[in-house]
Design a protein around this ligand. Structure first.
Ligand SMILES: NC(=O)c1ccc[n+]([C@@H]2O[C@H](COP(=O)([O-])OP(=O)(O)OC[C@H]3O[C@@H](n4cnc5c(N)ncnc54)[C@H](OP(=O)(O)O)[C@@H]3O)[C@@H](O)[C@H]2O)c1
Length: 296
C-alpha cells in the first residue's frame, strides 16, 4: 500500500476525475463539485485544466487541483499519485473517464495508436484502480466510477478496438463490484450511448450513421445519470430507454444479424455520405516496409 493510502488523518478526501477538461468528464466534475467534493482533475492540456479548475473552484467554493499528464503511460499515472500527495488529498473516489476512440478499418490503424488506446482506455483504468482501491477498502468507504459505453456490450465493426476496450471495462467493473461487496466501497460502471461531445469528430466518425440516426444525449444529462447511479451503488448504469433496450436486446440477437447491423451504423463516411474503403493492400513483397512504417 502506498503513502496516500496509509496516512489519511490530516488529508482531505478528494474525487479524482480523469478526462475532466471537456465532455462527460467536465460535466461529472460539475456534479461532484455541486455536492462540495474536493477535486483532482486530470487530462493532458494544462491550460484547459487550469481554466476548468478555476471555474469550478469559483462557482462551487471547493478545493480544486489538477495534474496534467498522459494517462496512457505509467509516468502519467505516477503523476496523479504525486499530485494528490502535493495537494494534501487522498483518493476517496476515482472516476476513470478519460478514453480515446478510433474509427475505420482496423487493418489500416497504426500500431502505436492501437497501443495508446489500449494503454489509456484499459491500462490506466486498471493502474489507477489498483493504486487507490486498497486505500478505499482499508477505510471502508469511497468508490470507483468507470465510464464504459454501450459499445462494450457488442462487437462494433469500424470501432473494433474501442468497443473491445469498453467491453473490458464493463467486465472488470462488474467483477470488482462483486469482489468488494459489503466492504463499504462502491464500484460502478456507466455505459453511455452516443453523447454530443467532440469524441466522434476526433475519431473521424462524425458522419457515421450512428451519429446521425441514433438518439444522442448531452454530456450533462449523462453525467447526472452516472452520478446518481453511483451514489445509489448501482453496478451498471445505463441512461435512456433506447440504450437499455440495446444493452438487453443484444444478448438475444444472433451475431449474423447483429454484427452487420452494427457495422451499417458505424461505417465511417465522409461529409457527402460516401463510405470509407480500406486502404489498398500492399504487394506481399513490400509488407515488411509497411510494418516498419506503422511501428515507426
Ligand atoms: N461521447 C460519446 O458518445 C461516448 C459514448 C459512450 C461512452 N463514452 C465514454 O465517455 C468518456 C468521455 O468521453 P467524451 O466523449 O466526454 O470524451 P472527450 O470529449 O473526447 O474528452 C476526453 C477527455 O479525456 C482527456 N484525455 C484524452 N486522452 C488522454 C490521455 N492520454 N491522458 C489523460 N487524459 C486524456 C481529454 O483531455 P486532453 O485531450 O487534454 O488530454 C478530455 O478531457 C470516455 O470514456 C468515452 O469512451 C463517450
Amino acid at each position: 500500500m502506498n503513502d496516500t493510502n496509509r496516512k489519511t488523518g490530516s488529508l482531505v478526501p478528494a474525487v479524482v476525475i480523469t478526462g475532466a477538461t471537456q465532455g462527460i468528464g467536465r460535466a461529472l466534475a460539475d456534479e461532484f463539485a455541486q455536492d462540495g467534493h474536493a477535486l483532482l482533475l486530470v487530462a493532458r492540456d494544462e491550460a484547459r485544466l487550469a481554466d476548468v479548475a478555476r471555474d469550478l473552484a469559483k462557482r462551487h467554493n471547493i478545493e480544486v487541483r489538477f495534474a496534467a499528464c498522459d494517462l496512457g503511460t505509467v509516468e502519467g499515472c505516477d503523476r496523479v499519485e504525486q499530485a494528490l500527495r502535493q495537494s494534501g488529498f487522498y483518493a476517496d473516489v476515482l472516476v476513470n473517464n478519460a478514453a480515446v476512440m478510433t474509427a475505420g478499418f482496423f487493418q489500416d490503424e497504426d500500431l502505436s495508436k492501437i497501443r495508446q488506446i489500449v494503454d489509456l482506455n484499459v491500462g490506466a483504468v486498471a493502474d489507477l484502480t489498483l493504486r487507490f482501491l486498497p486505500g478505499m477498502l482499508a477505510r471502508g468507504k469511497g468508490g470507483v466510477l468507470n465510464i464504459a459505453s454501450v459499445e462494450g456490450f457488442m462487437p462494433v465493426p469500424y470501432q473494433a478496438i474501442y468497443a473491445a476496450t469498453k467491453a473490458a471495462i464493463i467486465s472488470l467493473s462488474r467483477a470488482l463490484a462483486y469482489e468488494t461487496m459489503g466492504s463499504g466501497v462502491r464500484i460502478s460502471v456507466a455505459a453511455p450511448g452516443p453523447i454530443t461531445t467532440e469524441m466522434h469528430a476526433k475519431a473521424g466518425a462524425e458522419h457515421s450513421r450512428y451519429v446521425q440516426y441514433l438518439p444522442m444525449m448531452s454530456a450533462e444529462e449523462m453525467a447526472h445519470a452516472a452520478y446518481r447511479g453511483f451514489k445509489r451503488g448501482n453496478w451498471v448504469i445505463i441512461a435512456g430507454w433506447f440504450n437499455r433496450l440495446i444493452a438487453l436486446g443484444v444478448r438475444f440477437i444472433p451475431g449474423f444479424f447483429l454484427i452487420p447491423s452494427v457495422g451499417w451504423f458505424f461505417r465511417v463516411r465522409d461529409a457527402e455520405g460516401n463510405l470509407q474503403e480500406p486502404r489498398p493492400l500492399p504487394k506481399p513483397e513490400t509488407l515488411k516496409d509497411v510494418t516498419k512504417e506503422r511501428t515507426g
